[in-house]
Write a protein that binds this ligand. Structure first.
Ligand code: HEM
Length: 450
């Protein structure tokens, strides 16, 4: 699996192994993958299994670990508190103008492009600039200036070896001594440290997540040590920028290849945000059920963390029961979204196809007659793009806010068409799982509607 991970194919390989050998497979000497949503609570719920060593291996250190790498449940719970404050409903309300400004900037920049556009590249820049606004009160202008310093590529450059090491975390400690293994991480670390120090000195006029991570909202508490703030900043950028960008790029790929869905979403956007209205004002998002269906269906087919994160049964202790299986201490575990989402026992019909309507049917928002005569299965417990439980994705509400704003802004303004002659099968073939994903740049042409 480590070798397959190096090529970015672990998500498809795991699914292939599950199809061949069943719902529980052994993917390494001490590693299991479950394709079984019935163990969701036992594995990821409040009394579930702690995080695994994947992150320790990936970042090659056992000290000053970022939130997702903290294997001690009590310590993890404590470290998550400022993150939870940063993504509370009240905090998200304060971030709304920034989402809107950046999404509208994206549309303005797209309007200036002529001919073929690599939509995925602009979406990457949007996601990066926005996360820098959130993590550091600003400082990045990739959309405006382009990526002259190659920072986006630096962020992804270390991913293949990191994916390899994720399966053999002990090797990470040795790899950390090899200069070629750590150069990208060091460059990213130095970049984020500079942004963190600047944010600490300068403060911010508008609230950002740093406001909460540095305890500015709790004046009687001292800020955490600088090293923790730098680590949190890197985490925000890595966890927040690539994932959302991956989801949005896949969304436009799915829409561009399914004109019926595009038209239906466009009609909904036009209804709630006619020309002249700001599509990034979230006042109507709650009522836009087709938009929610499109986003869910995209994240089902192309989850931005395709293999999910890892858990590990603690070495000291008794082992756990997952369903009818006893799992001994020290075993690392996966519940991979790519395999669960593409299992016809969880989602049918059109399991491997883009069909947003399934979400409307499942929520009772479409006439039940539409499912008469078809074999309809919809298992919400098997839908895990943001994982589940107390250690799930804490940034989920922000990711959805961004995805909704950009989807509405782009669909209101343009007809997005795949570049003539570009083979759509290249998208799935080029969709690689390095924990973060790597995907084709999505060549499109944009046709302004007004
Ligand atoms: C579509 C976009 C996103 C997807 C699909 C996604 C998915 C995930 C997944 C699968 C995890 C692992 C959870 C686990 O171990 O159970 C995670 C963790 C995390 N995500 Fe996201 N994420 C997204 C966007 C964001 C954004 C915008 C942020 C903002 C900074 C963010 C911050 C985090 C953090 C801090 C963690 C660690 C949580 C913990 O260990 O307690 N994510 N995410």
């Amino acid at each position: 699996m480590a070798r397959i991970g190096l090529n970015g194919d672990q998500h498809t390989y795991m699914k292939q192994l599950h199809d061949q050998y069943g719902d529980v497979i052994r993917t390494g000497p001490n590693e299991l993958s479950f394709r079984d949503p019935s163990i969701l609570s036992a594995m990821l719920g409040p009394s579930g299994v702690p995080k695994g060593p994947l992150m320790v291996g990936r970042i090659r250190t056992t000290t000053n670990l970022p939130l997702p790498g903290i294997m001690d449940t009590a310590v993890h719970h404590e470290r998550r508190k400022p993150w939870s404050r940063a993504f509370s409903a009240a905090a998200l309300k304060e971030y709304e103008p920034r989402v809107s400004d950046r999404a509208n900037q994206l549309v303005e920049i797209l309007e200036r492009q002529k001919g073929e556009v690599s939509l995925g590249v602009y979406i990457n820049y949007f996601a990066y600039d926005f996360m820098c606004d959130m993590a550091y009160g600003g400082g990045s202008e990739l959309m405006r200036d382009g990526d002259k310093d190659g920072i986006w590529d630096t962020m992804g450059a270390g991913s293949p070896p990191a994916t390899f090491i994720g399966h053999v975390p002990w090797f990470g400690m040795y790899a950390a001594r090899l200069p070629f293994m750590s150069k990208h991480g060091k460059r990213m670390g130095a970049h984020c440290r500079e942004f963190t120090l600047r944010r600490l000195q300068r403060g911010s006029e508008r609230k950002d997540i740093f406001h909460y991570l540095s305890n500015e909202d709790l004046p009687d508490r001292p800020p955490p040590p600088e090293i923790q703030l730098v680590s949190d900043g890197i985490l925000a950028i890595i966890a927040g920028a690539d994932t959302t960008s991956s989801g949005l790029t896949s969304l436009f790929f799915c829409l561009a290849t399914h004109q019926d869905a595009y038209k239906r979403l466009q009609a909904e956007v036009d209804q709630f945000y006619p020309p002249g209205d700001n599509p990034c004002d979230p006042k109507h998002y709650r009522d836009m059920h087709y938009l929610t269906a499109v986003i869910n269906e995209t994240l089902r087919l192309y989850p931005p963390v395709p293999t999910g994160t890892q858990r590990q049964v603690p070495h000291r202790g008794q082992g756990v029961m997952l369903g009818s299986n006893y799992v001994p201490p020290g075993t690392a575990l996966y519940l991979p979204p790519w395999s669960l989402h593409r299992d016809p026992r969880n989602f049918a019909p059109f399991t491997e196809g883009f069909w947003p309507e399934r979400w409307l049917l499942a929520a009772g928002r479409a006439p039940a007659s539409e499912k008469s005569g078809i074999y309809f299965v919809h298992n919400d417990a098997a839908f895990l793009p943001f994982s589940h439980g107390p250690a799930n994705c804490v940034g989920r509400p922000m990711a959805l806010q961004e995805m909704r704003a950009v989807a509405c802004a782009v669909v209101q303004k343009f007809e997005v068409r795949l570049r003539a002659g570009w083979d759509p099968s290249a998208y799935e073939e080029g969709f690689k799982d390095f924990f973060m994903t790597r995907r084709p740049a999505l060549p499109v042409t944009l046709h302004p509607r007004f």
